[in-house]
Design a protein around this ligand. Structure first.
Ligand code: SF4
Ligand code: FES
Length: 336
C-alpha cells in the first residue's frame, strides 16, 4: 500500500477515508458528532493511553473487504485499528449501548455520587456518561472502597474514592514532567493511585494531572470549593511564559480569576500542557493578555447556565473582543 493511500471505514453508516493504522475511535473523530464513542482513558496527546476503561466499546459488524466476518466480541475502539472496508456500529447497535450501560454501572460501583460537593461537577466525563447511559439504581451489594483524602504536594488533592484508574495522570507524569513519583500500586480491586512513600509531586508541570483526570479524583486545591464551574466565565488569555505555551483559560467570577486551566478541545483534551507558574501563580487579569471568551460546547452545563450580570466587569469594559462577545448583553441592559 502506497504511503499516502487511504482506507475506507464506515461508522454507523457514515463512510470516511483514513490513513492505515488509524484507530476506530480516531476515524470516528474525523467524522465527528454523536457517532464518536466516549473515551474515559484514551488521550490523544498521551502515548500508550487507552484500553483501560472500556467505555469506547463498539461492534465491528464487518471485519474488512477481504474478510467480511464480524468480530466475535465488542472491541475497544481506542485500541483497534481500522481495515479497508470495515463496518463499525456505535450508537446504531443496541448491543453496544447495553454494554456501555454495564461499563458505566461498573465504573460507578466505587465512584461516589458526590457530584453536589465535587469540584469536577459540570465538567466530569463520568457525570456526562452516567447521565447518558447510567441506570437509576445499582445492583452492587458489597461494601464500596473508601479512602482518606491525600494531599499530593500543596496544590493538588487526591480523592482516591473517585478515581477510575484510567492511568492518564500516570502517563502525564511519565511524559510531561521530568520525574514521576506516583503510579498505580496494587492490582485488581486493590489497585490505587499513590505516591511512593507519600512523596509530594513537586514538578513545574505536575498540575496537568488535574486537567487530564476525567473525574474529580485529582483537584486543584487553589480552586477547591470556591465555586461551581457553571457560575464562572471562561476567557482565553495568554502570556509570554518561558516554560510553556502560556495559552490558558481563565475562569472568572466577578472580577476575580478563580482558576487557570489549560484550554480543552471538544473531546475534553488539553490543547497545550501548561506549567504550574501559569496555573497556580498568575491569578490576576494584569498577568494576562485577554483574547476573548472561551467557546464552550452548547450542550455543556457551563454554557447552559449563565447568571448574567447587568454590570459588565472591568475586564469586559476594557477589552474590545469581550465587548463584542457581550454585545447582546449590553443591548439588553440598555433596553432594561
Ligand atoms: S486520579 Fe484521575 S487521572 Fe489518575 S488514574 Fe485516577 S481517574 Fe485517572
Ligand atoms: S477509551 Fe478506550 S478503553 Fe478507555
Amino acid at each position: 500500500m502506497a504511503d499516502n493511500e487511504k482506507i475506507k471505514v464506515s461508522i454507523d453508516g457514515i463512510t470516511v477515508e483514513v490513513a492505515p493504522g488509524t484507530t476506530i475511535l480516531n476515524a470516528a473523530r474525523q467524522i465527528g458528532g454523536e457517532i464518536v464513542p466516549p473515551a474515559m482513558c484514551y488521550y490523544s496527546k498521551l502515548q500508550g493511553s487507552g484500553g483501560k476503561c472500556r467505555t469506547c466499546l463498539v461492534k465491528v459488524s464487518k471485519g474488512s473487504e477481504k474478510d467480511p466476518r464480524p468480530m466475535p466480541k465488542l472491541v475497544a475502539s481506542c485500541r483497534t485499528t481500522v481495515m479497508d472496508g470495515m463496518e463499525v456500529q456505535n450508537i446504531t447497535s443496541n448491543e453496544v449501548l447495553e454494554a456501555r450501560k454495564g461499563v458505566v454501572e461498573m465504573l460507578l460501583i466505587n465512584h461516589p455520587l458526590d457530584c453536589p460537593i465535587c469540584d469536577q461537577a459540570g465538567e466530569c466525563h463520568l457525570q456526562d456518561l452516567g447521565f447518558e447511559h447510567g441506570a437509576a439504581a445499582t445492583r452492587y451489594e458489597f461494601e464500596r472502597r473508601t479512602f482518606e483524602r491525600i494531599d499530593i504536594g500543596d496544590k493538588i488533592q487526591l480523592h482516591m474514592t473517585r478515581c477510575i484508574l484510567c492511568y492518564r495522570c500516570v502517563f502525564v507524569a511519565d511524559q510531561i514532567t521530568d520525574k514521576r513519583v506516583h503510579g498505580i500500586l496494587g492490582r485488581g480491586d486493590a489497585a490505587e493511585i499513590s505516591t511512593y512513600i507519600e512523596k509530594a509531586i513537586d514538578n513545574n508541570f505536575s498540575g496537568n494531572v488535574i486537567d487530564v483526570c476525567p473525574v474529580g479524583a485529582l483537584t486543584d486545591k487553589t480552586f477547591r470549593f470556591k465555586n461551581r464551574v457553571w457560575f464562572t466565565k471562561p476567557v482565553d488569555a495568554h502570556r509570554d511564559c518561558p516554560d510553556c505555551s502560556g495559552k490558558v483559560t481563565l475562569w472568572y467570577k466577578g472580577e476575580e480569576v478563580l482558576r487557570v486551566t489549560a484550554r480543552k478541545d471538544e473531546y475534553g483534551e488539553v490543547e497545550d500542557f501548561i506549567c504550574n507558574t501559569c496555573r497556580f501563580d498568575k491569578k490576576h487579569t494584569t498577568d494576562w493578555v485577554i483574547e476573548g471568551p472561551r467557546k464552550v460546547v452548547h450542550t455543556s452545563v457551563i454554557s447552559a447556565n449563565h447568571y448574567e450580570t447587568l454590570k459588565p466587569l472591568p475586564v469586559v469594559k476594557e477589552n474590545p473582543k469581550l465587548q463584542e462577545a457581550n454585545k447582546h448583553q449590553f443591548e439588553r441592559s440598555v433596553r432594561l
